[in-house]
Design a protein around this ligand. Structure first.
Ligand SMILES: Cc1cc2nc3c(=O)[nH]c(=O)nc-3n(C[C@H](O)[C@H](O)[C@H](O)COP(=O)(O)O)c2cc1C
Length: 409
């Protein structure tokens, strides 16, 4: 495999201690194709990743369908990605060698083994017994893969609090290393599952694995996508579109329980990671953004977070962990007396009319084009904020109502 030109020098600025493990930075490869074997994890470590969660290792390897990945686009923009693969296609004895190989060049860099079993203790405990002598730092239990049909496998296990508790106890019995449970968003109440994991002895939870989804339908053949000879399955949805769901899951667990949380889902920029920290995560995992941009994306992630922490005067990344949580409330916490109205920067508006159409059909019919400029009728404007979101130039702002009580002139 082609190596990056330089091995990135890691500074201690972003060092993060979590579960007794020292990560050089809080960015971990999530379990998935970027961590599919030892050589790939070594490349990631060279590029500067703070740690890696392996592709999920089980007693028996799984076979991959082809194709198994479908990128969801809006125009030319990539919004998300559906995959229909299961666990690692490498057998357990091969993983023992892969981990030895990583350890030969990176004796210290944290490796979390993503492991999976089913409804018997042996399936979990045997994997741990085999991997532990090779120097992994902890385990992430994959009870959240959305692509299995069998009972007590993948997310079926992670959707049932009693079955989950049992599996976590089996893993807890088998190791003194940190045990992390990777949760599925495909449940009604993710906090209940996080609580079950905590009560059974898990040290942390990861929020979240992929959301169950169907990529689309080929309208010529009516074949679901991605199609394997005309057939597909509900797959796992990840990438940028998943972020609001994952942030909500991370925040709701962090608000309800003392268990530490790893944030995962749609992280592509340092700002995404900082937001996860702010809603309670201690470290983060990244999959889709690495698949789309390469391991080198870590340089922008670490540099950006470093500059942000410096600018804001924070020490370590976890200094911002949970900072946003006190402000995440429920509807009764909202002050309904606050009334804003839209205001358009006339010098920058090009009169495209997008805000006018949006307001006419999804707002309060408060914007008109007047002399090639969008103008707001402040008496009609209800302050919903839709026009701010749809303006392609970013020249619409919300201002307090009392400052502007009549038609903008
Ligand atoms: C092709 C593919 C394979 C994946 N395989 C695994 C896996 O083996 N184990 C696991 O826990 N998660 C797996 N995931 C889920 C990711 O680890 C991650 O939870 C999810 O993609 C959301 O993060 P992202 O938006 O950064 O991709 C996989 C994701 C993709 C796209």
């Amino acid at each position: 495999m082609k190596s990056p030109l330089f091995e990135v020098r890691i500074t201690s600025r972003l060092e993060t201690k979590f579960l007794g493990i020292t990560f050089p930075n809080p960015f971990l490869l999530a379990a998935g194709p970027p961590a599919a074997n030892g050589a790939m994890i070594v490349e990631a470590f060279k590029a500067g990743w703070g740690g890696a969660v392996t592709k999920t290792i089980a007693l028996e390897p799984t076979e991959h369908p082809s194709p198994r990945i479908y990128v969801i686009k809006a125009g030319r923009d990539k919004r998300g990605m559906i995959d229909i693969e299961l666990f690692s296609d490498l057998p357990l004895d091969r993983w023992e060698k892969e981990i030895d190989m990583i350890r030969a060049s990176y004796p210290e860099r944290p490796i979390i083994a993503s492991i999976a079993g089913g409804g018997s203790p042996k399936e979990w405990q045997e994997v741990i017994r085999r991997l532990e002598p090779h120097g992994v730092n902890g385990y992430e239990m994959n009870v959240s893969c959305p692509n299995f049909a069998e009972e007590k496998k993948g997310e079926k296990l992670g959707q049932d609090p009693e079955a989950l508790e049992l599996a976590v106890r089996w893993v807890r019995e088998a190791t003194d290393l940190p045990v992390i449970v990777k949760l599925t968003p495909n449940v009604t109440d993710i906090v209940a599952l996080a609580r079950a994991a905590a009560e059974a002895g898990a040290d942390a939870v990861t929020a979240i694995n992929s959301l169950s989804g169907l990529a689309g339908i080929d309208l010529d053949t009516f074949a679901p996508l991605p199609t394997v000879e005309g057939i597909s399955i509900f797959g796992g949805y990840g990438g940028p579109a998943l972020k609001p769901v994952s942030l909500r899951c991370t925040a709701s667990i962090a608000q309800a329980l003392p268990i530490p949380v790893i944030g995962c889902g749609g992280i592509a920029k340092w700002q995404d990671a900082a937001e996860y920290l702010a809603v309670g995560a201690s470290v983060v995992e990244v999959c889709t953004a690495v698949m789309w941009n390469g391991y080198q994306i870590i340089e922008k992630l670490t540099k950006g977070l470093e500059l942000y922490l410096d600018k804001k005067g924070y020490g370590t990344p976890t200094d911002i962990t949970g900072k946003a949580l006190p402000s995440i409330g429920t509807f009764p916490d909202l002050d309904l007396s606050v009334k804003l109205v839209a205001s358009i920067d006339e010098d920058s508006c090009n009169g495209c009319g997008i805000c006018v159409r949006a307001c006419a059909s999804g707002g309060y019919q408060a914007i008109e084009i007047d002399d090639k400029l969008a103008r707001v009728d402040f008496l009609k404007c209800d302050g919903c904020g839709l026009c701010v979101g749809v303006c392609p130039l970013g020249v619409v702002y919300m201002v307090p109502r009392q400052e502007s009580e009549t038609f903008q002139d």
